[in-house]
Design a protein. Structure first.
Length: 615
């Protein structure tokens, strides 16, 4: 390397592996402020910032490929900065290793530097350099506008000073520190994204911290507004669900008496006039229950609480069931009721038969309701589908009833929409049935529509794609449990009418019945006497049914295992699941279906006998 000794430009060789200068000509020694090469080699060049390390590694990789890298460097031989332009290339060392050959020349301000300076002046990003004590050394115009004080302190700008101190300690220790913080600016408290990193002062060479900040107040406010809107929406949904659950309970409780006692009266001797009047009561109770169920069904659909239960089912069997449900209504009005199924329609398909049947019963029920003469027909047609394993089926319900005015055709599936005030007054109803039907069909991925002329009848149709399924052999019939007689039952209910009604149903089936007016009485009764089963209301004074159930389950006697059936007007799916999770064995909703009640009593009394009675 002796050839470099007489050059006027500084030349030196840096061994990047050992982090030291292995050669420097006289001009380089003067540049670095060293008397001799040994003096220069004694210096530690291993303490490099992460940015310098990344830069050196990139240059090393490039020169290893034979490239000469031209770059501008600022050195700090004795603390004061020295800027030079360098040409860096690979050189082989005498020991067989390689080094980085630096050829330096005084640096001049270049066009790119002018551009960088202008960009720094005009960027909206706040850029500042702080010394090791946290006092600002430099700020671009954006940072000066936000923090105009000449001796601005990094930590003092933080509303939460402790957070600022944590960021400062991390950055000064050489660990990048970043996050979103509330800062006190000339425009007031603002949210800034802060990035603080260790750097070196290009003037003094001292350690310092380079800070970049971006105002993100608008973004934070938008997020906050969205979060508040989401919270309000969620609160509204919860409030609506709570209201509906409460209204369901409050309506079903009196309906239990209306429908239940009407059923008991129907089994007693009545003259024709009394039977007619009783029929009016039963019809009114059924209509009110239908309205309540429509409201709850729509609420569950809109809240996403309904899911499809897919399984293979016999298509024609499901259609016959749908027709059978409205057959009595059609017969009372002397209407013809027809079912026509395309011969090409598959025997078995994969879908949710209960929900599809609900759709068809809604459409058929409406058709019968709004038709006084003529008939109602259900037609099923298979449409062409490119996939042979799929059946595209059109279900159409036609009637000869009042029809739908043309102006109402576009809103007929909207909630509470009906064909007009005169239709509402004449036929009644909630106007929710078609809304529920439309949402169910859309859940299935299908379409629904209507063709109608006022006064000439209507044709409601829906199209769904259903996979063709293989026939499933009917399982061996299981004999339903006989209704056990002679059981000792405890009814816990705070409503006297409910106790009287349920007691009458159970006594007529041959059971012995005792009653409790609240949960505390129920627990005391179970502790003092043996029962075969408890029918437990949920909402009761003194002690509610769930607390009473937990108390019974905690008993140290065999009665802790007694079957407990929830007997409640709370019928929403999440409510029922909660009751079962808290120790109840089954659920019977109000208004009570006597047959359902007696069958569940029989089932649980048989299970109790099977696992060893407490008697």
């Amino acid at each position: 390397m002796d050839g470099f000794d007489h050059l006027r430009q500084p030349v030196w060789v840096f061994d990047d592996t050992r982090k030291r200068k292995v050669y420097a000509n006289k001009a380089a020694l003067e540049l670095w402020g060293a008397a001799t090469l040994e003096d220069l080699q004694a210096r530690d060049f291993g303490d490099q910032s992460p940015a310098v390390r990344i830069r050196m590694d990139a240059i090393s990789a490039r020169i290893a490929q034979g490239e000469t890298v031209h770059d501008r460097w600022t050195f700090y031989p004795h603390g004061a900065p020295v800027a030079v332009r360098t040409a860096i290339s690979l050189i082989r060392l005498a020991d067989g290793g390689s080094g980085m050959l630096f050829e330096a020349a005084p640096a001049e301000v270049e066009g790119q530097e002018h551009r960088a300076i202008e960009a720094l002046r005009h960027t909206v990003v706040l850029v500042a350099l702080y010394d090791a004590q946290g006092t600002r050394l430099f700020a671009n115009p954006a940072a000066m506008a936000a923090y105009p004080a000449n001796n601005a302190s990094f930590v003092d700008s933080f509303v939460d000073r402790a957070a600022g101190e944590r960021v400062w300690r991390m950055a000064l220790a050489g660990r990048p520190a970043f996050g979103s913080f509330l800062l006190a600016t000339s425009a007031g408290a603002r949210w800034h994204s802060v990035d603080a990193r260790w750097a070196r002062d290009p003037v003094s060479g001292d350690a310092c911290v380079l800070v970049n900040e971006t105002d993100i107040t608008g973004e934070i406010e938008v997020r906050s507004a969205l979060g508040e809107a989401r919270e309000r929406a969620e609160n509204a949904v919860r409030a609506r669900q709570a209201f509906l659950a409460n209204m369901s309970h409050e309506l079903r409780t009196p309906l239990t008496s209306v429908i239940g006692f009407a059923g008991l009266l129907a089994d007693s001797p009545l003259d024709d006039r009394q039977r007619l009047q009783l029929g009016r009561i039963q019809d009114a109770g059924s209509a009110l229950m239908s309205t309540l169920n429509d409201v709850l069904d729509l609420s569950k659909l809109e809240a996403g609480g309904v899911s499809l239960q897919l399984r293979p089912f016999a298509l024609r069997g499901m259609l016959s069931q749908a027709i059978g449900i409205v057959e009595a209504q059609a017969s009372e009005k002397r209407l013809a009721l027809n079912l026509s199924v395309d011969e090409t329609s598959p025997d078995w398909v994969l879908g949710d038969p209960e929900r599809l049947r609900q759709v068809l019963v809604n459409l058929l029920g409406n058709a019968v309701k709004f038709t006084d003469e003529g008939g109602v027909g259900l037609t099923v047609t298979r449409r062409a589908h490119p996939d042979a394993s799929m059946a595209q089926l059109e279900f159409a319900v036609s009637d000869t009833g009042v029809g739908v005015p043309e102006a109402m055709l576009v809103t007929v599936f909207d909630r509470f929409a009906q064909a007009g005030p005169e239709v509402t007054q004449r036929f009644g109803g909630t106007g929710l049935g078609l809304t529920i039907t439309k949402q169910l069909i859309e859940m299935m991925g299908g379409q629904i529509g209507v063709d109608s002329v006022a006064g000439q009848g209507s044709r409601f149709w829906c199209v769904v794609d259903l996979p063709v399924a293989a026939r499933i052999e009917a399982p061996v019939a299981v004999v339903a449990p006989s209704v056990s007689q002679g059981l000792r039952l405890l009814i816990a209910d705070d409503n006297e009418a409910n106790r009287e009604l349920i007691g009458a149903i159970l006594r007529s089936a041959g059971h012995t019945v005792e009653v409790a007016r609240d949960g505390a009485e129920a627990v005391a009764a179970v502790q003092s006497r043996d029962y075969d089963l408890v029918l437990m209301d949920v909402r009761m004074p003194v002690m509610d049914g769930l607390t009473a159930t937990r108390a019974i389950r905690a008993l140290k006697t065999d009665m802790a295992r007694i079957p407990i059936i929830a007997l409640t007007a709370n019928v929403l799916a999440d409510q029922v699941a909660s009751y079962l999770a808290q120790g109840m064995d089954d659920h019977v909703g109000k208004p009570i279906d006597p047959q359902d009640l007696l069958l569940k009593i029989a089932r649980w009394s048989d299970l109790e006998v099977g696992r060893g009675s407490h008697h």
